[in-house]
Write a protein that binds this ligand. Structure first.
Ligand code: ATP
Ligand code: MG
Length: 291
């Protein structure tokens, strides 16, 4: 799986190297969590490495997004727009099913190449455009499929209601349909100051941190994520010990199973086994194949 740098300082290490190229990521958060800032950073990082950027806005107009980006300390945005490296699609006020089924595919088929970064901010109005859940799923699925043709996709999603309850239809459908889900959670813990926490809910075909990570939004830097207790240096001490104990399986489980499992050990790091009692696991494997 080829990884690309997210543009969010501190995040790549938590995603086993970055965002999967040509995948779709959904960033969920309540108002003010930093979704638009995240999307802007993601696009900006692509522009820095020569990728083109497409910003699809479904409710804020282009001028507003540019203004916010400049206030965030990113005035080069104007140069990228002038050079046509950054393209805005302002779909605010449009009829979304028409936009997704007609204008978007037209845009995609006229786009050359498949190496851009495309951000849709926010995806929520598409869900609201129809009460029919099947149609919502169809529209979102179609939109993700089309946008993926031009490169790596990032969609933001508004979180409403109880913070952290991601089970509402407006979050569930995009979460199922996308490859990765990142939750930006901001709340006032016990009436004190604003606490911001980032959590990777899923990342298909990749390992990732399963912890909550504090993050800040800093002018000029944007979202900055802290690793906290997550081990940034990937050690293999426990894995090496496991690999040594593993030999007990040889001759006691089918040989092809032994070879397959043994081959997978080389990709493991200690953090993968952090919650595992390796002796118990070996016994479970032995029991599985006991005649
Ligand atoms: N120029 C800035 N300097 C410092 N902090 C900023 C700046 N701009 C934004 N922020 C911080 O980022 C937060 C808003 O970020 P952003 O607009 O990305 O959130 P959002 O999740 O897109 O919100 P919404 O759902 O309302 O669109 C602000 O509440 C503020 O805390
Ligand atoms: Mg926003």
């Amino acid at each position: 799986m080829k990884k690309i740098n997210s543009g969010i300082y501190g995040l790549n290490a938590l995603l086993d190297g970055g965002i999967n190229e040509n995948s779709t990521t959904v960033v969920i958060g309540m108002s003010g969590a930093g979704k638009t800032t995240f999307a802007t950073q993601f696009i900006r990082r692509g522009l820095e490495s020569g990728q083109e950027g497409i910003f699809v806005s479904l409710d804020e107009n282009k001028e507003q997004i540019i203004k916010e980006a400049i206030e965030m300390g990113w005035s080069e945005i104007l140069n990228y727009i002038e050079e046509d490296k950054l393209v805005f699609i302002d779909a605010s006020g449009m009829e979304f099913s028409q936009f997704i089924k007609k204008e978007l595919p037209d845009f995609v088929s006229s786009w050359k190449g498949a190496n851009a970064r495309i951000a849709v901010d926010p995806l929520t109005p598409v869900i609201w455009s129809t009460p029919d859940r099947y149609e919502q799923r169809d529209l979102i699925g179609f939109m993700l499929k089309e946008t993926r043709k031009v490169g790596t996709v990032l969609c933001t999603l508004e979180e409403h209601g109880t913070i952290g309850d991601l089970s509402g239809t407006e979050t569930v459908i995009p979460m199922y349909l996308s490859d990765s889900v990142i939750h930006l959670r901001s709340s006032f813990e016990a009436g004190s100051k604003l606490e911001r926490r980032l959590k990777i809910i899923k990342c298909r075909s990749s390992g990732h941190s399963e912890m909550e990570h504090p993050y800040s939004i800093i002018k000029g830097f944007g979202l900055v994520v802290r690793a906290g207790d997550y081990p940034l240096v990937a050690t293999r001490d426990k894995v090496d010990q496991f690999a040594s104990d593993f030999k007990i399986l040889e001759g006691n489980v089918p040989n092809y199973v032994f070879k397959r499992l043994q081959a997978s050990l080389k990709d493991l790091r200690d953090r993968d086994l952090a919650d595992i009692n390796t002796k118990e696991l070996l016994n479970a494997i032995l029991a599985e194949y006991e005649e």
